[in-house]
Design a protein around this ligand. Sequence first.
Ligand code: HEM
Ligand SMILES: [Ca+2]
Ligand SMILES: [Ca+2]
Length: 317
Amino acid sequence: LVNVTRGRIPRELSVNFYAKSCPQVDQIVASVTSEQFREAPVSAPATVRLFFHDCFVEGCDASILISTRQGSKDLAERDALDNKELAVEAFESINKAKALVESKCPGVVSCADILAIAARDFVHLTGGPYYQVKKGRWDGKFSMASRVPSNIPHSNSTVNELLRLFSSKGLTLEDLVVLSGAHTIGFSHCKHFVDRLYNYKGTKQPDPAIDPRLLKALKMSCPQFGGNTDIVAPFDVTTPFSFDNAYYGNIESKLGLLASDQALSLDPRTKPLVQALAKDKQKFFLAFAAAMDKMGSIGVKKGPRHGEKRRDCSMHM
Ligand code: HEM
Ligand SMILES: [Ca+2]
Ligand SMILES: [Ca+2]
């Protein structure tokens, strides 16, 4: 009851937000995510990234799920370059979960909450922590591709740039290091790291901060010119399918994939935390759960003034 204002719109997100209106929502979503994980395991990293890209642009409001209107020249976020690589399986998981939730509790649960729940499920399904997800987000009324590039970090962003972007979202240096640990699962296309292999910062030499064996392997997958643009490499060369703390040990051993990953173990501000997380998986899991909760609160809309409740996550009301 502490979460409830005098009006009908609660002020804070809460774990029990749907206790009356859709008490089974977590289980309903779980039935979909677990099946989706069996059928298409790539849904796991893809959905975790989808949640991140949603929260960083206009807040956690499912703005990323909106499809560009047929024939419209105003592209929705989903069609921005930085979102083009988000696997369709991630969108499918959310659509399936939404459809099942609508069949049990019509018109009640936002797409933004379903995405937050599904992201948690996939972290857990890959071996990561299980944490309670707070709910009560409304879906956003806007989705513009032009808002994406300045709000999403890039592989060549410096630690200063990353810190500035994260702090503009209310996230700290610790959140940056901990959330980057999501790169313990998933894959990256060559274009995000190819400069490190052949021409680091215009030197025509590889990045000295890459282990020579990893460099050799990555060069085999990713030629400097004319390679297949569909080729991907794992972020975590040791356990790419399991959510563990191996990411941190890797970047300490010059096995980071993106310059932005490797930078976290080189910068004196972030290095101590990288070392601590590499040593202590439990510490990483607790910190990751807390940081996901914090990221999940960015720019949340809490009522019909700024938000909507979509039936179809890909279309505004
Ligand atoms: C800190 C700055 C970050 C940068 C520069 C960054 C950049 C990238 C890039 C370039 C990719 C590869 C996309 C592709 O080629 O398909 C990627 C994938 C991924 N990112 Fe990040 N990311 C960052 C932070 C995060 C955060 C905070 C999360 C989640 C909490 C996250 C989760 C993921 C996941 C799970 C993948 C794998 C996607 C897949 O395999 O489908 N990233 N990221
Ligand atoms: Ca959003
Ligand atoms: Ca891993």
